[in-house]
Design a protein around this ligand. Structure first.
Ligand SMILES: Cc1ncc(COP(=O)(O)O)c(C=O)c1O
Length: 392
């Protein structure tokens, strides 16, 4: 067998793939594992979305290739959503690029901009694809510290100037996976001003913008003044409309950056299945705000149940105003040990904070994407387990 490409040596196996194998091994022994690790919505999309998929899949004329820039009505729906939701005007033909989920765009953006030796600035607790995409492209990751004291907001004025040499991309993500941190418009304004000053691309990954609690409305980076000069934002239908498996999103913002991203994409994929674009268009154009609010109240209730339980299971966390996660600090500062022990002894799976970067070692991530019934079982199990566990 030929050896795999050397670039893969910088790329560990995707963390959730490995954890999934361990969970599968326990399940194959007949053990009932409850998963609080994966950030996948457990509820269905709005009914009109499913009906549209059916309707278009039944037609004879919807099965061919759709082209590299998606359908015009989907691009228009994304632009309309940005106008309605954030007051941001986008030209659907130049400033919206459909994606097969935002993860694809995140990795392809790195391939589009980073040569060997180029750097991406990545928060040191972050969704793993920013660092992995950078490495896949042959670039280097410069970690930007994030801290609890700063509410896990990156402080651009504290980025050392040495880190900026050969840097091309700054990754940000609010509401944040995994910390649940949120940003205000003024935070984005600092980031935009900084990126314009230092000729960086601001890559704002924003899939949780509509997953918020306690009446918080999360902004888009594109609302900041002059944002379009340097910003690309990744939006996704995965979390906003419970459509994770449908793989539909878009990159929006600076037309030149989108054109460069398309140069990679058009050589890698051939667009989506038309019924999916049509269903996504319906999701964006017709879902009542009330549907999103009601769904968010379900997550909020789960968040509150978990927050009540944390003090009884050796964990501590800030109440998140957004995202699908609680970022909990372990009493002994060792998230990996907590996760291992909870999986082996209580058969409840969490994600260890270290999987999100060097700054996350003391933490674990708890997902809200689990049914109320299974969540109650998990909390009950954990409460009985913790005091007699090998952790105390
Ligand atoms: C921060 C963040 N970005 C991007 C993604 C990928 O989302 P998509 O389903 O749009 O590829 C996720 C998925 O969990 C995420 O948490």
């Amino acid at each position: 067998m030929p050896l795999p490409a050397k670039r893969l040596s910088a790329l560990p196996t995707y963390f959730f793939a490995t954890l999934g194998q361990r969970i599968q091994a326990l399940k194959s022994q007949g053990i009932d594992v409850i998963s609080l690790d994966i950030g996948s919505p457990d509820l269905p999309p709005p009914p009109a979305v499913i009906e549209t998929l059916h309707e278009f899949a039944r037609r004879d004329d919807t099965h061919g290739y759709t082209g590299y820039v998606g359908l015009p009505n989907y691009r228009a729906a994304v632009a309309h959503y940005y106008q309605r939701r954030f007051g941001v005007e986008l030209d659907p033909s130049r400033e919206v690029l459909p994606l097969l989920g935002s993860k694809e765009g995140i990795v392809n953006l790195a391939l589009a901009y980073l040569d060997t030796g180029d750097k991406a600035l990545v928060p040191d607790i972050a969704y793993p694809s920013y660092a992995m995409g950078t490495r896949l492209a042959g670039g280097d990751v410069n970690w930007i510290p994030m801290s609890h004291e700063d509410r896990f907001l990156i402080k651009v004025d504290q980025i050392p100037s040495a880190s900026l040499q050969s840097a091309k991309l700054l990754w940000v993500n609010y509401p944040n996976n995994p910390t649940g941190a949120t940003a205000e418009l003024q935070d984005y304004q600092h980031m935009v001003d900084f990126c314009r000053e230092h000729q960086l691309i601001l890559a704002s990954d924003n899939p949780y913008v509509d997953v918020t609690y306690d009446d918080f409305a999360a902004p888009s980076a594109l609302q900041a003044q002059n944002a379009k000069e340097c910003t690309i934002e990744f939006m996704s239908l995965s979390k906003t409309f419970n459509m994770g498996g449908w793989r539909l999103g878009a990159a929006v913002g600076n037309a030149e950056i989108l054109k460069t991203l398309l140069q990679v994409k058009s050589n890698v994929d051939s667009g989506h299945f038309r019924p999916i674009y049509e269903a996504g268009t319906i999701a964006l154009n017709t879902t009542p705000l009330e549907w999103i609010k009601t769904r968010n109240l379900v997550y909020q209730r789960r968040r509150d149940r978990i927050m009540q339980t944390l003090p009884h299971i050796g964990l501590q966390a800030d109440n998140p105003k957004g995202s699908l996660y609680i970022w909990a600090k372990t009493a002994n500062g060792d998230g990996e040990r907590y996760v291992d022990t909870a999986l082996n002894e209580a058969h409840v799976a969490f994600a260890p904070g270290g999987a999100y970067g060097p700054g996350g070692q003391a933490y674990i991530r708890i997902s809200l994407g689990i049914s109320d019934e299974r969540l109650e079982q998990a909390l009950d199990r954990l409460t009985h387990w913790y005091h007699q566990s090998s952790l105390v």
